[in-house]
Ligand binder design. Structure first.
Ligand SMILES: N[C@@H](CCC(=O)N[C@@H](CS)C(=O)NCC(=O)O)C(=O)O
Length: 202
């Protein structure tokens, strides 16, 4: 298998962490979808990373499909409950965390446009999504040790990646002070090898 992506993408990071947690062998190919010579559009018509190239050369996207596939390949360290409401709730955590990333990526890209083309309204709309997303994560986590009752899961990976991406792109968002329970979870996640070896790099 080969993972194609950039080092700054939170979705690529989520997949990298799942690969490490599942102890799966995979090579990595650096390819920025923003580069004019990027090969990403030839593998994913949407032109987005991550793409996972299977051994038979089938390209898989997006990150949610990829992590579902990876989790199903081995019985060890299951990260997504097999079925029922538990599965649904872990996938909902992932959707929320990925949605915070969507808003953060969108606000970051907007702020990179020339000043006269930027929309302050757009950036503030995305920041509101981030702020509501953080509150919802914090409320749902409450006093529990992990996002999902059964223990460490894809939900914690997705939330940890979103929090790390905010640190990386929006250090002015002081989520630790507002949500100490998320800070506690994050500190615990950062003790895991899979998280420390995949810190985003500009
Ligand atoms: N929902 C997708 C989001 C992927 C995504 O937006 N990736 C960004 C990098 S952070 C990208 O490739 N953007 C290029 C583009 O939008 O053209 C996933 O989970 O894989």
């Amino acid at each position: 298998m080969k993972l194609i992506g950039s080092l700054t993408s939170p979705y690529v990071r989520k997949v990298s962490i799942v690969l490490a947690e599942k102890k799966l062998e995979c090579t990595f190919e650096l390819d920025s979808p923003w580069a004019s010579d990027s090969k990403v559009p030839s593998m994913n018509p949407l032109g987005k990373v991550p793409v996972l190239l299977l051994d038979d050369a089938t390209p898989l996207y997006d990150s949610r499909v990829i992590v579902e596939y990876l989790d199903s390949t081995t019985a060890n360290n299951r990260l997504i409950p097999a079925n029922g409401r538990e599965r649904l709730m872990v996938r909902r955590w992932e959707a929320l965390a990925d949605g915070v990333n969507d808003a953060a990526v969108s606000a970051f890209l907007e702020a990179k446009r020339p000043l006269e083309q930027q929309s302050a309204d757009w950036i503030s709309r995305q920041r509101e999504k981030i702020s509501r997303g953080l509150k919802s994560m914090s409320d749902d986590l409450g006093p529990h040790p992990w996002c999902h009752a059964r223990g460490f899961s894809l939900a914690d990976i997705a939330v940890g990646v979103a929090l790390g991406y905010l640190d990386f792109r929006f250090p002015d968002i002081r989520w630790r002070g507002q949500h100490p329970n998320l800070a506690k979870l994050y500190d615990k996640l950062m003790l895991r090898h899979a998280f420390t070896e995949t810190v985003p790099v500009a």
